[in-house]
Design a protein around this ligand. Structure first.
Ligand code: ADP
Ligand code: MG
Length: 298
């Protein structure tokens, strides 16, 4: 998945815990092999290789993930779009300064983006990227999906409580052995020694997307590794977005979408969704939070 997973569970013995955690790791690896656009042998790579050529029959699981991704594009007005990737890479998110690509290059890039050009066939369980140069990738939702699946598997194996941490994307269930809920601290991206307080996680997920790890700069301005599918440009203005939701998949995708939508539209979207909350840190240091969040900077 291109990230670390830390898995903490309650169990009667260390041995039992290790066996169950191994199952969760296998599950995460299985999903990675299915959905990763980096692995040439994955079904996602097969879809990408056949862009503009022909539909590819895929497992029900991947088909459904793509279907849910398209539904997320619809509710986010296209801000979240798994076809953001396109094959011609015009942006390099290595933390360095680069030159603005030309208007022609950006226009070419946008041409190969568009969730409406992902053609699904339910009967055949096939996926067709109808334009040449199109490409899909689950960088903004895959971690959350894998965490949800690992959690589900552990629950099926009788694990009563746990917390899965996919590089800061936290997904929990049950209570700690001391019978208190799991708590997570949301770090202030402007000063990582400070946080916005502790939040209880009760059978739910919290995901943070931030531009402090993968970014680029153009003329000294910092851009996050999240692309606005509508303009082809990387996003700026927001430092981090934290989203609370019942499922990690939803939280993951929405955190990315809010980056693209910006703080105003982003928060109004979050406020319309039941059981979803968000904290946005803008690059001027100001915070914007959804209706039911109270934060204090410590
Ligand atoms: P993080 O890596 O900080 O957890 P995200 O969950 O927001 O961040 O995922 C960012 C990744 O999502 C990018 O590296 C890229 O692979 C992919 N991506 C970029 N822009 C979009 C977009 N508009 N919609 C969907 N996925 C995107
Ligand atoms: Mg995301």
């Amino acid at each position: 998945m291109g990230c670390n997973f830390d898995i903490t569970i309650t169990a009667n013995s260390q041995k039992e815990a290790n066996t169950k955690i191994d199952l969760a790791i296998e599950e995460i690896e299985r999903i990675e092999h299915l959905i990763s656009s980096w692995k040439p042998t994955s079904q996602t790579s097969k879809i990408n290789r056949n862009a503009g050529i022909k539909p590819v029959v895929v497992d029900h699981e991947l088909f459904q993930l793509i279907k849910r991704s398209i539904a997320l594009s619809e509710i986010t007005d296209g801000a979240f779009d798994i076809s953001f990737a396109a094959t011609n890479k015009i942006w390099k998110f290595n933390g360095k300064e680069m030159e603005m690509p030309s208007k022609v290059e950006i226009a070419e890039f946008i041409k190969a983006i568009g969730y409406k050009d992902i053609i699904l066939n339910n009967e055949e369980s096939s996926v067709f990227l109808s334009k040449k140069g199109m490409k899909i990738g689950f960088g903004a939702i895959g971690k959350g999906y894998a965490a949800d699946k690992a959690k589900h598997l552990l629950q099926q194996h009788g694990v009563l409580a746990g917390i899965i941490n996919a590089s800061g994307d936290m997904n929990s269930w049950g209570l700690q052995p001391s019978s208190i809920p799991w708590k997570v601290a949301i770090v202030n991206p402007l000063d990582v020694s400070k946080n916005f307080g502790l939040f209880e996680l009760k059978n739910s997920a919290v995901v943070t997307s931030g531009n402090y790890e993968k970014y680029l700069t153009i003329e000294g301005k910092r851009y996050a590794h999240i692309i606005d599918p509508r303009t082809g440009m990387p996003t700026k203005g927001i430092l981090s977005v934290t989203v609370f939701a019942p499922k990690a998949e939803m939280a993951d995708a929405l955190a990315t979408a809010v980056f693209v939508l910006g703080d105003e539209l982003g928060i109004s979207l979050i406020n319309q969704l039941p059981k979803v909350e968000a904290i946005i840190v803008k690059d001027d240091g100001n915070l914007k939070t959804s209706n039911n969040i109270n934060v204090s900077t410590k």
